[in-house]
Design a protein. Structure first.
Length: 396
């Protein structure tokens, strides 16, 4: 028996054992689960086959690594939400441990957690606070072959909103965050944000708002390849949320971005905007369409980049227990906001099909397939990828 065959059998064995264990306890647990419970606990296991794990070009060898792999991911998630007088508290935490059958050196433990407080003082004052922390593996689409780069992020935020349920509202917000990479240390940064929002809500539930935010990015290694990369980013947007009817909701925003660099480089401007349309055509069919243009999050790649994103989703409910989802996404990314950065353009298309079966409210089994293609102007950065998987989730 080959090493690959043995690893596949081991992966399948772990998944089958987990499926049997979850199925055995599903019957008594489903009687106790209630979606309205203040505390909810869920366990899931995902088995996925990826035929191009490292997102390699067709002619690029996977020297020292298996090009395809089985990935088994067990996960535990806990949620708690409650209201004390008029103060709302929500806690959310998840821990997971992906295991690779053929590239076991990439195994890791990840987590994410969030705590949110939404307060109310009198009829007009609405204070709030938030803290979140996560540990994830950097996408193989962004790192070289075989690089295991764990990303630790944390962010603390506070906000204060003044206004009633209708008419004018004024909000202030602050957020302090940090991002740390195990391997690509040159991307470690501190992220500080301040924002002000002026909004108006009509009696029919529509929202119109004007938001301005200032974001300061400070890299731990300020100078890299002879370039001071620190900058300030200002964003001004006009936002609209319009419930056209009970079945149709439209959201839109438009504005501009401005970058001011600490390096000896002129400032840059870019227009941004987006539109989301959610349409419940019938009791069985729902459609979602969106188009967005915005800057990508700092700290994921060396260069500042802008992306145009398009997405179409169709959800069909065959019955109360069986649903399917079909989606298409496209991302057109342009690197190089700074003149000294080399221009690069990527276009990534992906399609996904998923079927969900919930024999009980506490149990969901899913099958999915996804195909992805990236065409890049940079040599060796284009790839094709397909993944197939199954997920079983039990909620308690």
């Amino acid at each position: 028996m080959t090493t690959t065959s043995a690893s596949l059998q081991t992966a399948h064995g772990r998944w089958v054992s987990a499926v049997l264990a979850l199925t055995v306890v599903a019957a008594p647990v489903q009687a106790r689960f209630d979606p309205a419970d203040r505390f909810q606990l869920s366990a899931s296991i995902d088995e996925q086959y990826d035929n191009n794990l490292f997102r390699l070009a067709a002619d690029q060898p996977s020297t020292g690594f298996a090009r395809s792999d089985w990935l088994t991911t067990p996960q535990l998630q806990a949620q708690y939400q409650n209201t004390f007088s008029r103060q709302q508290l929500r806690l959310d935490a998840a821990a997971y441990a992906p295991r690779f059958a053929n590239n076991s050196q990439l195994n890791y433990q990840g987590y994410n957690g969030e705590a949110v407080w939404s307060g109310r003082v009198g009829d007009l004052w609405h204070p709030g606070a938030q803290y979140r922390r996560s540990r994830t593996l950097a996408s193989f689409a962004d790192v070289p072959l075989g690089v295991k780069d764990m990303i630790d992020e944390d962010a603390t935020g506070a906000s204060l909103l003044f206004g009633g349920e209708r008419k004018a509202r004024l909000g202030l917000e602050g957020r302090w965050g940090n991002k740390h990479h195990d391997t690509r240390r040159y991307l470690d940064l501190q992220d500080r944000l301040w924002a002000a929002t002026l909004g108006w809500r009509t009696t029919r539930g529509s929202d119109l708002g004007l938001r301005h935010e200032r974001r300061t990015i400070r890299y731990d290694e300020q100078a890299f390849l002879g370039l001071d990369r620190d900058y300030q980013q200002q964003r001004t947007t006009l936002q609209l949320n319009w419930p056209v009817s009970d079945k149709l909701v439209w959201k839109a925003h438009a504005g501009y971005l401005q970058w001011d660099f600490d390096a000896d480089a002129p400032g840059r401007y870019a227009s941004i905007g987006g539109s989301d349309l959610n349409w419940q055509l019938s009791d069985k069919l729902a459609l979602t369409a969106s188009a967005q243009r915005d800057a990508d999050e700092p700290g994921d790649n060396l260069q500042i980049s802008m992306s145009n994103r398009y997405r179409l989703v169709a959800d069909w409910a065959w019955s109360d227990k069986v649903t399917t989802e079909l989606s298409w996404q496209q991302q057109r990314k342009h690197y190089g906001v700074l003149v000294s950065q080399l221009a690069r353009k990527d276009e990534t298309d992906s399609v996904r099909a998923q079927c969900n079966w919930s024999p009980w409210s506490a149990l969901t089994a899913s099958l999915y397939w996804q195909g992805e293609r990236r065409d890049s102007s940079a040599q060796g950065e284009s790839y094709r990828d397909q993944l197939t998987g199954a997920t079983l989730e039990l909620r308690y």
